[in-house]
Structure formats: C-alpha cells, structure tokens
Design a protein around this ligand. Structure first.
Ligand code: OSB
Ligand code: MG
Length: 370
C-alpha cells in the first residue's frame, strides 16, 4: 500500500458526564482524528492524547506538532508491505507513542479492509463478543457514587471500576462492596498514592477487589513491586507501561499481576501484540483500557480485546455513556445479558465514519500528499 494522503482533524466532543480522576475533571474530549488514503481506500485512526499532560506527557498539542513536523514526512508516500513497517519508519522519533499509534493503527485498518477482514481477525482475535465494564469518576459524595453505580448495574455492567485517591478509598469501597456484592469491583488511583501509603492500601485487601490499578507513580515499576509484595490485592499497571520493555521489567520485578493495555499508550497495535504475547507467556492477565475514545478508537479497542489473553473485562463502555452524538456509527451498545459488546464483523473497524460531523467540528486541519 502506498500512503498517498494523510489528513488530520482536531475536534472537540462534549462528554455526557464530567469525568473526575485524581488529576482533574474533564467535561469534553479534545481529539485528533487521522484520515489516511491509499490504493483507493480511505481509513481512519484516532490519537488518544488528551488536552493536558496529566495522564501522560503527550497532549493534543505535542501530538499535532510531532505528527505534522516529523511523523507525516517519514511515512507519506511510503510503500507499506505490512502494518509493522510503520513503527520501523517512525523509529527515528523517540517517544510520542500516542501520535505514532494513531498513524500505525490507521494502517492496520487499511490492511484489514484491503483483505476484506474485520480488524479483530487481522490482529489474531478469537472472540465475537468482548466482556466490558465501566469506569466511574470520583463523585462529589458517596450517595452520588452509589446512585451512579446503581444506574450502571441496572444497565447491565457487571464490572465496576471506581477512581480512587487519598480520602476517597476505604469508605466508598466499603459502601459499594456491601451494596453490590455480586459486582466485580476494582479501583484506579491514577498514581495518587506513594509507598508511604502501604498500610492504607493494605486496608483494601479484605474487600476482595479484582485489582488496584496504578496506585503509584506514572513512571514507576520498582516501587509497585515493593507494594505488590506487601498487599494481597493484585496490582495492575496502566500509566507505567509504555512499551514491551516496561512490560518485561514489570514481569521480571513482579511489579504487578495484571496489565491494563491501551494501544495508544504503547505506540500501536504492533507493540500491543508483543506485550500481549509476553504477558500471556508470563501468566500476567490483561484487559483493554480506555481513554474516553470516540467510536473510531472504541472500535479499535473492541477488536483488540478479542485476543486470547484479554481475560478480564475492558474499560470499553457503551457510546451513550460518553457522547450524545459520536463521529462513528452505529453507537456501541452493551449486551445486558452478559455485560459484553459485540465485535463489528464488517471489514476494518466495521463502523461508519460521520465525515460530515468531523468536518463540521474540526477546529484545526492539516493535509499532506505524497
Ligand atoms: O486511567 O484508565 C484510566 C480515561 C482517561 C484517561 C485515563 C483513564 C481513563 C479511564 C476511562 O479510566 C476509561 C474509559 O471509559 O474510556
Ligand atoms: Mg487507569
């Protein structure tokens, strides 16, 4: 495939509910959408970088800069024989994994469409439905948290992730655990704790949580190993895993038992597959994380979660929980009976892109041809 044309669009979509984590409150999703053209096909990708450098050091601004100035010149006009050529072409650029993933993933979709296969099949997936859960932000009160969880449990979600931080830990966990004993419950700290909090985090053990996600620093692996050695709750790493080398360090140091795999955070599907296989061989469970994606990224996540070692429910919730109107259709819906999402069966992502809406929402555009 020759990459003939790439267009970037920056758009903003309002969130249905504000999303509060230990690093702040988000009311809208700023997102860069990639349109890639070649050999008579047009495919789309999404960059999962956020507006600010809170979850990761990458932002919409850095991704735009690195893509327009450095990555697009490396890939435009290139003849690609397999998706794994993309990371090789982009190797001169260090870091900027989310910017790279947006481009590489569009190329994966291109190959899937060219072979008339769903992306899941090209990736090596084995499922027609993927188990999903919901990630609930920190609420103004425990009562509001109970209300939110009730709503999602009634909607059919059987795995609930609560965002946690110092001061929003034992009480809310205890309330939810007691009121919804059948729910698979977990906490995500987004790095809000330190090793000084071991005693506090040990207090979580009796509640039998599915896991404690990223309790310590975003770039740490060694302290997570020290923590895991002292608590029973399985530690899951999110922010700390930027690629296969981090996954190897986690395995070697026993820094946790579970990986939250986000394809954007590890630089694209090629690295995601490598980490998948490494984790599987090491007995590390995994699940597919989310970044409040639009329907483009969400579709990619659903396809990725069909791989065999995605044995835990992903942060892939129904579209209506994020956006009143999405840029891809049809919206993803929850299968109530088994808390799953059905994997699209059409070629590529298997969703219809609303190009008019993207055009209408675009606040910034860039185009290269080669
Ligand atoms: O830490 O998993 C996270 C959203 C944005 C950034 C980081 C995280 C999240 C979520 C939401 O938890 C997952 C989703 O529903 O997309
Ligand atoms: Mg997380």
């Amino acid at each position: 495939m020759k990459i003939e044309k790439i267009e970037l669009f920056e758009i903003q979509l309002p969130l249905v509910h504000p999303f509060r984590t230990s690093f702040g409150t988000q009311v809208k999703r700023d997102v860069i959408v990639v349109k890639l053209q070649g050999d008579g096909l047009i495919v789309w990708g999404e960059c999962v970088a956020s507006a600010g450098p809170w979850y990761s050091s990458e932002t919409i601004g850095t991704a735009w800069h690195v893509m327009t100035e450095f990555l697009l010149p490396l890939v435009i006009g290139q003849d690609i024989s397999a998706p794994a050529d993309m990371p090789k072409l982009m190797k001169p650029v260090r870091g900027h994994v989310m910017a790279k993933a947006a481009l590489e993933n569009a190329v994966w979709t291109w190959f899937a469409e060219a072979e008339n296969k769903p992306l899941s099949v090209l990736l090596g997936g084995v499922r027609e439905r993927v188990e999903v859960g919901v990630s609930i932000g920190i609420q103004p009160s425990i009562e509001q948290l109970v209300d939110r969880v009730s709503g999602f449990v009634e909607a059919g979600y059987r795995r609930i992730k609560m965002k946690i931080e110092p001061g929003w830990l034992i009480e809310p966990i205890e309330r939810i655990r007691t009121k919804f004993p059948e729910v698979r419950l977990m906490g995500d700290a987004n790095s809000a704790f330190t090793l000084d909090d071991v005693a506090l985090l040990k207090e979580v053990d009796p509640y039998g949580l599915l896991m404690l996600e990223q309790p310590l620093s975003y770039d740490d692996i060694a302290d997570h190993a020290r923590l895991q050695a002292q608590i029973d709750t399985p530690v899951c790493l999110d922010e700390s895993i930027h690629g296969p080398a981090d996954a190897q360090a986690m395995i070697d140091l026993k820094a946790g038992r579970i990986i939250n795999l986000k394809v954007g955070r590890v630089g694209g599907f090629t690295n995601a597959l490598k980490i998948h296989d490494m984790a599987q061989a090491a007995g590390i469970q995994m699940w597919c994380g989310g970044m409040l994606e639009t329907g483009i990224g969400r579709a990619g996540n659903v396809h990725l979660a069909t791989l065999p070692n995605f044995v835990l429910p992903g942060d892939i919730s129904a579209t209506e929980r994020y956006y009143a109107r999405d840029i891809a259709n049809p919206p993803f819906v929850l299968n109530r009976e088994d808390s799953t999402m059905t994997v699209p069966t059409g070629p590529g992502l298997g969703v219809e892109i609303d190009t008019e809406l993207i055009d209408h929402l675009a606040s910034r555009r860039h185009k290269v041809e080669g």
